[in-house]
Ligand binder design. Structure first.
Ligand code: TXA
Ligand code: MG
Length: 328
């Protein structure tokens, strides 16, 4: 978004910051997904996030900051490697986990001694954060366990009038939630894969970090059945072959297919959705396509497994969770 475009929206930005200051909820776009934001120092406002989402109180929130200069206000014992990571990836789709600074609310941290921080790479989000002048706690703007919103219309469908203000800036560019990197253990660990790949992190860390691991802090994005669409989702190798042996599939409702290849003649009673064959565009469209498929009232959605090449890790992670199978 250009500077003149931001200037045109300055009244909206000022109004949203005022809503935050009086303890309200503002849904706003980030480069990953839309967030449901509240003043991270206002416990009543934070409680409203949990109530709106139906989210268990022990599940921590990410605090969004306008710049890495604000890190020390929220984190203590900041490891030196945080600074080159911030310089390389912020603003952008990376969340870093630190030891929390004194005074950071238990509602933000889920009662843990750690805090998640991120500087989002969306000009409007940054303008909102600067206008507010503090940390904004913002989970994805969806009810607990549902796929994240990548359009303002998705936020309206999730929350209607429950939020005080929804800022619309069209589709999110990344479409999948940020990479979460935990810097509080002996070795950095990825708790949630995202657009910042492990190999990109490895360029700063020296070696690519491992995913998850025993004793990892609570992160609902890591629950096996998080990110669930309404329509049952099954991961398959070859959707056309599955449909050819249809006896196992229900006949009354159509079956949706999400695949990289599109057959010349899709099987009958099947709604075939062609997906981009690069991970960036696939990830950008995935949640919107799943919501669209939900609106079709299909019996099932068959998703053909995308390639396992580098760059597809976040897509595989979300698809595996959406299918309800742990994968790891
Ligand atoms: O891309 C994103 O990160 C989006 C946008 C809005 O910024 N936000 C987002 O928030 O995905 P949410 O609440 O839907 O997911 C945040 C994840 C959760 O899995 C949460 O458990 C984890 O971050 N998390 C937050 N604080 C944590 C902490 N202290 N330790 C471990 N995980 C934490
Ligand atoms: Mg979420």
């Amino acid at each position: 978004m250009s500077q003149p475009a931001l200037t045109r929206r300055s009244a909206e930005i000022t109004a949203a910051a005022a809503v935050w200051r009086r303890g309200g909820l503002v849904a706003f776009p980030t480069e990953t997904v839309y967030g449901l934001g509240a003043d991270a120092t206002n416990e009543q406002a934070l409680a409203r996030i949990f109530a709106a989402k139906g989210r268990p109180a022990d599940h921590p929130l990410i605090v969004h900051l306008a710049s890495s200069a604000e890190l020390p206000r929220w984190a203590r014992d900041i490891p030196p490697v945080a600074w080159p990571l911030a310089a390389r990836f912020w603003p952008g789709p990376l969340t870093l986990i630190f030891r929390r600074a004194p005074g950071v609310s238990d509602l933000v941290t889920g009662g843990q001694d750690t805090v998640a921080l991120r500087v989002p790479g969306h000009p409007l989000a940054l303008a909102l954060l600067s206008a507010f002048g503090g940390g904004i706690a913002a989970p994805s703007a969806n009810r607990f366990g549902r796929v994240s919103p990548t359009l303002a219309a998705h936020v309206v469908a999730e929350f209607g009038t429950v939020v005080d203000c929804i800022i619309d800036d069209g589709p999110c560019a990344v479409g999948l939630e940020s990479t979460i990197l935990d810097l509080t253990g002996p070795l950095p660990r990825v708790l949630r894969p995202g657009a910042v790949s492990r190999s990109a992190l490895g360029e700063i860390l020296g070696t690519a970090p491992e995913i998850g691991g025993a004793g990892a802090p609570r992160a609902p994005g890591r629950l096996a059945s998080h990110y669930v669409p309404d329509t049952p989702l099954r991961l398959v190798t070859d959707a056309a072959a599955e449909l050819a042996g249809r006896s196992a599939l229900p006949e009354d409702k159509p079956v949706a297919v999400l695949a990289l290849r599109t057959p010349l003649a899709p099987p009958p009673n099947c709604r075939w959705v062609g997906m981009p064959n690069d991970p960036e565009h696939y990830g950008q469209q995935l949640y919107a396509r799943l919501r669209e498929i939900d609106s079709w009232d299909c019996a099932l959605v068959l998703v053909e497994r995308p390639p396992t090449a580098d760059g597809w890790e976040a897509v595989h992670d979300r698809l595996t969770r959406a299918s309800g199978s742990p994968g790891r």
